[in-house]
Design a protein around this ligand. Structure first.
Ligand SMILES: NC(=O)c1ccc[n+]([C@@H]2O[C@H](COP(=O)([O-])OP(=O)(O)OC[C@H]3O[C@@H](n4cnc5c(N)ncnc54)[C@H](O)[C@@H]3O)[C@@H](O)[C@H]2O)c1
Length: 325
């Protein structure tokens, strides 16, 4: 399998390392030639001078570009007959994302949406505990993801028209996780605040199951700080994990006094690197012609929910999903 990465920034770098671990033949194209050359020498890749030459020599194109460039690049890749992996958020409008899926369908190639959170061992472990009935019916979920503004707040990330802002770009990880774990949301309510490049948002999702989820996402902290966490309470127990302490995923059972279980997390290794797991799942789906972890419907559902949350933050009013405007 020959893979061509487009973009050599933070995600181009993370994907190159993972593809290299997976042993694929790798090429890279980026606007930043110097950065692409460094990436290529470290991860044993060829550098393509332009997108067309990359498209001509690979089977899979991995779009690691700023979000506002995803649609046109994915459509060009599909027209060239390449399967497409695309970083999240897929696009800056649901219609653009739908058009990307349609272009890939028309060209007979697949589109994989890279939602890497699904491949983080702690997040998977928490969801598996829920599915195994370890906390009864899940009722109340809190997710947190906060750090500093990307690239010090000076890049395209700070422009909502090009990145989607903190809700579409950062909160989307946890929105997808909440929907994956608790099912569809029927109503969302959000608040956000902005001070220059600093943004902080909070959203409450009411799921059709009756469960509720609070998500916090922030680009508001000093450089170097990045915190994530999960608290998930069910009818018979609680799951807890926090990046501050990085303990095992814990479950607590109030009815069974004193009973507490810890799900040990595997040590970080190529076998547990979320990017290796994610892109390895792409390869397996292609080789074995089977579904990928993130279905098109799920990818679009997470985007629709993120846009509803952004709309609620803008208007200050709750937004009901599933009612087309
Ligand atoms: N999955 C995650 O955890 C995660 C984390 C960060 C970013 N992302 C997403 O990944 C995507 C890329 O983000 P990033 O942090 O790597 O951005 P970045 O700004 O670090 O890198 C973008 C790269 O694209 C190159 N580029 C820009 N315009 C180009 C063009 N027209 N042609 C070729 N190359 C061009 C730049 O030179 C740079 O190498 C975004 O959609 C972002 O939202 C996902």
């Amino acid at each position: 399998m020959r893979v061509g990465i487009v973009g050599s920034g933070s995600m181009g770098w993370a994907h190159a390392r993972a593809w290299h671990t997976l042993g694929v033949e790798l090429a890279v194209h980026s606007r930043n030639w110097e950065e692409a050359t460094r990436l290529a020498s470290l991860w044993d890749a060829r550098v393509s001078p332009d997108l067309d030459s990359l498209l001509a020599e690979v089977d899979v194109v991995d779009v690691c570009l700023p979000t506002f460039l995803h649609r046109e690049t994915a459509e060009r890749a599909a027209r060239a007959g390449c399967h497409v992996v695309c970083e999240k958020p897929l696009a800056l409008a649901v219609e653009d994302a739908e058009a990307m899926f349609a272009a890939c369908d028309a060209a007979g190639v697949r589109l994989f949406v890279a939602m890497v959170l699904r491949f983080f061992p702690q997040y998977r472990a928490a969801r598996e505990l829920v599915r195994a009935g370890q906390i009864g019916e899940p009722r109340v979920l809190r997710l947190k993801r906060v750090g500093s503004p990307p690239h010090g707040g000076t890049s395209w990330f700070g422009d909502e028209a090009r990145s989607g802002g903190v809700i579409l770009d950062l909160m989307l990880h946890d929105i997808d996780y909440a929907l994956w774990t608790l099912g569809e949301a029927e109503r969302v309510y959000a608040r956000s605040t902005t001070a220059g490049a600093h943004q902080y948002a909070q959203a409450v999702l009411t799921h059709r199951s009756g469960a509720s989820c609070l998500i916090e996402a922030g680009w508001a902290y000093p450089d170097g700080l990045f915190r994530t966490g999960i608290d998930l309470a069910g009818t018979s127990g609680l799951i807890e994990w926090s990046s501050d302490a990085a303990p095992p995923v814990q479950t607590f059972h109030p009815q069974k006094r004193g009973e507490q279980q810890a799900v040990a997390l595997p040590a970080v290794s190529p076998g547990t690197d979320p990017f290796v797991l994610e892109l390895g799942a792409v390869l397996a789906a292609l080789k074995e012609d089977r579904p990928f972890e993130v279905t098109p419907g799920e990818a679009l559902g997470a985007l629709r929910t993120a846009f509803a949350i952004r709309e609620s933050a803008r208007t200050g009013r709750a937004v009901t999903l599933g009612v087309e405007a």
